[in-house]
Design a protein around this ligand. Structure first.
Ligand SMILES: *Cc1c(COP(=O)(O)O)cnc(C)c1O
Length: 394
């Protein structure tokens, strides 16, 4: 068994030389705070890439989601219909506002929010204020269908495009389908500022209000005057310098990620598994490549909240076996997002699936695994990983 002397990570930041120039300039010209050319430039560049009218640079994707939830008018006692299989940051802002997330199951075509389950949830919660739909692993959800349902029920759609910057659905960029949209520049995303995020909208008033909320809601008078609660959520001009240096490489990163996905697809051909799917009318950014093992090829896994074990079986495998085999080789892989309805901290949140007795996202969690997808991974390294996965099924 090969053991890599340098750890192979799922996804790491990629350095581009311009980053240091933009940071250096910000420091030397003393624009280190939350105003400056880097911020202005990334807001302009993001609008240009996504085709939206306004981008407001914020300290993180989570803070952008929080302000989106506030802007949607969500408050105490409200219901917000949210993706179930996603990162906790998608739904936490709903709880910060004392509202209740209703967790909506996934479909198998994109692994994202199922429009059929969403429609069912609106019948149960017809007054739901908003919907937060996440595009997992860079793959767009069925965004037109979801937007259409939101419009019919008069709910605000918040597109959580944290992972899908640069992806598109029916020729339209991810990050333009919601009334409010969020991207993230967290350390492992396809473009990173070490941290950071943007709220995207076509509405000038909303953009202005988000800017105000993110800078402690100061009224436009010389003294400190406050008429609503504000937040310290604006992006730093130093962080913006990193992002500004990264943004021109978005298309390169996507091409590299796509090549990794295609190499997995070819290399894993013939095994009883599929890669994370996308609908034929969408173009993902291929942020992470994942596998889903066929039901009939799963060896047994036993799971508690905090532990998981498996029974080795010839001709079969499971995510836990592959995870542990790769780990022993100093290779990082990661389970699919554990559905939020399975998390103790969200046990009081209602959840809705098409079939009351079956959860699609539990099934994907049980049979799925995220594979190393670093855009700098060498082809030889990936080939060894592919061979290792093959050996797990022997
Ligand atoms: C990363 C991520 C976020 C949060 O973004 P941060 O910049 O880390 O705050 C939100 N939703 C999803 C789906 C994410 O992957």
């Amino acid at each position: 068994m090969e053991i890599f002397s340098e750890k192979v990570w799922i996804s790491t930041p990629t350095y581009h030389e311009e980053e240091i120039d933009y940071i250096k300039e910000a420091i030397l010209t003393n624009w280190k705070s939350t105003i400056g050319e880097n911020i202005d430039e990334i807001e302009r560049l993001v609008c240009e890439k996504i085709g939206c009218r306004y981008a407001v640079a914020l300290s993180s994707g989570t803070s952008a989601l929080h302000l989106a939830v506030i802007e949607a008018g969500v408050g105490k006692g409200d219901y917000v219909l949210c993706s179930d299989m996603t990162f906790c940051a998608t739904i936490n802002p709903v709880i910060y506002e004392n509202a209740t997330p209703v967790l909506i199951d996934s479909e198998y075509d994109s692994w994202n929010m199922d429009p059929v389950a969403l429609e069912k949830a609106f019948k149960l919660y017809p007054n739901a204020k908003a919907v937060i739909c996440a595009n997992l692993y860079g793959t767009p959800s069925k965004l037109d269908e979801i937007r259409d349902i939101c419009d019919r029920y008069g709910a605000v759609l918040i597109e959580d495009a944290a992972e899908s910057f640069g992806a598109s659905y029916r020729g339209k960029m991810s990050g333009t389908f919601g009334h409010l949209n969020v991207i993230s520049f967290n350390g492992n995303k396809i473009i990173t500022g070490s941290t950071g995020g943007c709220l995207l909208t076509d509405d000038e008033k909303i953009a202005e209000h988000i800017r105000k909320l993110s800078t402690q809601s100061k009224e436009p008078v010389p003294w400190y005057q406050h008429e609503e609660i504000g937040y310290n959520y604006r992006m730093s001009n130093i962080v913006a310098g990193i992002i500004r240096g990264q943004l021109p490489y978005l298309e390169d990163h996507i091409a590299q990620k796509k090549a990794i996905y295609e190499r997995y697809r070819e290399g894993l051909t013939g095994l009883p598994l599929t890669l994370n799917p996308h609908t034929p009318d969408s173009e993902p950014n291929f942020w992470l490549s994942c596998i889903l093992i066929n039901k009939g090829a799963m060896c047994e896994q036993k799971r508690t909240d905090m532990t998981v074990t498996f029974e080795r079986e010839s001709g079969k495998s499971c995510p836990t076996e592959i995870f542990e085999t790769l780990k022993a080789m100093n290779v990082e892989s990661r389970p699919i997002w554990k559905p939020l309805h399975m998390q103790p901290v969200y046990k009081d949140c209602p959840s809705v699936s098409v079939d009351d007795s079956f959860s699609v996202c539990e099934d994907i969690f049980e049979r799925g695994l995220c594979l190393p997808s670093d855009n700098k991974m060498k082809a030889e390294t990936q080939d060894i990983i592919i061979q290792t996965i093959r050996s797990c099924f022997e």
